[in-house]
Design a binder for this molecule. Structure first.
Ligand code: ADP
Ligand code: MG
Length: 554
């Protein structure tokens, strides 16, 4: 199907290294590579990078991010889909599939002599109809509907884990969101390796990882340090130490007496800084930057728990919630600037150290501690939970939910096809093509569930014709009412999938030809990579109509 890549006559005898062939990935391969990961029966992809690192994932965005894409059209497709993923958090594979179909359909229409502008017009009419269809299909969701929110969360993460883990994370996410009234600025997440997914938990308060700082809680495991009840908190948004020298200065001392006075002066400064904290009866000192070793030891001896190098967002959140005002230097601390909490306790997470600030009087906070066997698994878990949170947020605040499992897209296809007669005859062809393109979602779900996609689509179309607008393909491959099956997704997700697919298709269809630009990277890569190359392959007499610059198969 594809032309074999030009052999770049590297003398094979020169290198005895074993390398993996990495051909450029054209846009079509990109869409079909993702198709098999769609939905609850989607399979994982194994990604192997140049260093041989292996990553197994089911997330469309992770696959796309790691792909080596050389083809310029494929690159535009990938970047648009990734931008959608970052903005919306879900629907990555769906966007890539629909976009791929819109471009294939456009190629077919252009072969029939339709001008790209007519195709774009038709797609725009279809998108407007699709938007209406989605709004009509949507049902609102209240933040009090815990069960519905759990279903939304489950649908968003289906296929990533087994059913038990999916249910567990859906509950964890929804409960965490509910306990902060859906205000994610009061929700912190940390991913730690060294335990199983099932060990992930929600804890009340803000968890601060102290591993990055030299706050060595291990060294002070007396009971007094393990939990501080009703502590007074101070916040210093800077460094606590002696005035910095820029490193180029050398202090030259003439004799032992002078050295002693320098040391005494420094000791005096340290004492002043320590006393500024201790005299205010501070129990926990939270510092944005580092604390000088001598001062830290002095503070610890006086019973103060120093927490240094705190992440900026956590520092601000704790100070706000504790009712404290942060100051730039320890000497500026006053009683008015201090805050309180119910408890600050040391809490090891796996082999790492953390401190939890709980019972903060001005804001309720919740932390999610996500676990996985390796850092990669823990990080991937964090990402999936972030997407899950985004899905619940969209549904609760942004227009409600529509049935998933391809039901929404099948329903859209019907409405769009009904509108085809509103434009001109030629535009109607493009409107119909859009309707066909969106059915790629139920079709792919059916195929991934082991059904014959043509039979399944015929049956699905009949059910929708009879007015069952919520019928889709469930996990077992049965056509059933998706609302009843509990498969619902935020209306925002399919809406944005279609918008991104439309915008990107329009952008690519508007391209007349590829020209090699003089600035930037190797211009040959552009001019030889696609259009010309395809014309060579089809024979030189085939120059006029074939080889659209945006076409997928080039
Ligand atoms: P995307 O990257 O597009 O989100 P996914 O692999 O997450 O791709 O699959 C999403 C699709 O799977 C959506 O169309 C969604 O409705 C569907 N889906 C999710 N859970 C189920 C389920 N339990 N049964 C049927 N379809 C489901
Ligand atoms: Mg998804």
């Amino acid at each position: 199907m594809y032309d074999s890549p030009d052999s770049t006559d590297d003398d094979p005898s020169e290198s005895t290294e074993c390398t993996v062939e990495r051909p450029a990935i054209p846009a079509q391969a990109l869409a079909s590579a993702l198709g098999a990961t769609l939905g609850p029966n989607g399979l994982d992809k194994m990604l192997i990078d140049r260093e041989g690192t292996v990553v197994v994932t089911n997330t469309g965005a992770t696959v796309l991010e790691s792909l080596d894409v050389d083809d310029p059209v494929a690159r535009i497709v990938r970047d648009a889909v990734l931008a959608h993923a970052h903005r919306t958090g879900d629907g990555t594979t769906t966007t890539a599939l629909v976009l791929g179909e819109l471009l294939s359909e456009a190629e077919r229409l252009a072969d029939q002599g339709l001008h790209p502008n007519v195709i774009i017009d038709g797609y725009a009419v279809a998108l407007a109809a699709a938007r209406d269809a989605l709004r009509e299909l949507a049902t609102p969701v209240e933040t009090s509907e815990r069960e519905t929110l759990r279903r939304i969360a489950s649908t968003a993460i289906t296929g990533k884990w087994d059913a038990t883990a999916t249910a567990r994370f859906a509950t964890l996410t929804v409960d965490a969101l509910r306990s902060v009234d859906f205000d994610t600025s009061r929700l912190t997440m940390h991913a730690y390796p060294g335990a199983t997914l099932a060990d992930s938990e929600q804890i009340g308060g803000i968890l601060v990882d102290t591993e990055l700082s030299s706050t060595e809680i291990e060294a002070r495991q007396t009971d007094g340090y393990r939990t501080r009840t009703d502590p007074t908190l101070a916040f210093v948004d800077g460094e606590i130490g002696l005035p910095e020298t820029d490193g180029s200065e050398t202090v030259t001392v003439q004799d032992a007496g002078e050295l002693q006075s320098v040391q005494e002066y420094e000791q005096q400064l340290r004492d002043d800084l320590r006393r500024a904290v201790v005299d205010l009866d501070v129990d926990v000192l939270v510092c944005r930057r580092s604390i000088d070793d001598g001062i830290r030891t002095g503070l610890e001896k006086a019973g103060v728990l120093p927490v240094e190098r705190t992440r900026r967002d956590e520092f601000a959140a704790i100070a706000r919630a504790a009712g404290a005002t942060s100051v730039l230097s320890a000497t500026e601390l006053t009683h008015e600037a201090l805050g309180t909490a119910e408890a600050v306790r040391h809490r090891p997470v796996g082999d790492r150290n953390a401190v939890v600030f709980s019972g903060l009087p001005f804001e309720d906070h919740v932390s999610l501690v996500l676990r996985g066997g390796t850092q990669h698994v823990a990080d991937e878990t964090e990402r999936i939970v972030e997407d899950c949170i985004a899905a619940v947020q969209h549904a609760a605040h942004d227009g409600g939910v529509v049935p998933g499992g391809g039901a929404g897209m099948a329903s859209i296809a019907r409405t769009v096809a009904d509108r085809a007669d509103r434009g001109g005859r030629r535009t109607a062809l493009a409107v119909d093509a859009f309707a066909d393109a969106v059915t790629v979602v139920p079709r792919t779900l059916a195929r991934n569930a082991g059904l014959d996609p043509i039979d399944a689509m015929a049956a699905l179309r009949n059910r929708h014709h009879e007015g069952d607008s919520a019928v889709g393909v469930d996990r077992s491959g049965t056509l059933c009412d998706m609302r009843e099956a509990g498969v619902v997704e935020p209306v925002t997700v399919p809406m944005r999938c279609l918008e991104t697919a439309f915008e990107t298709a329009s952008l690519l269809l508007g391209i007349d030809e590829r020209l090699a630009a003089t600035s930037g990277t190797d211009p040959d890569a552009v001019s030889h990579g696609g259009h010309d190359h395809a014309n060579h392959a089809h024979g030189s007499d085939n120059s006029g109509t074939s080889g659209y610059p945006w076409a997928l198969s080039h």
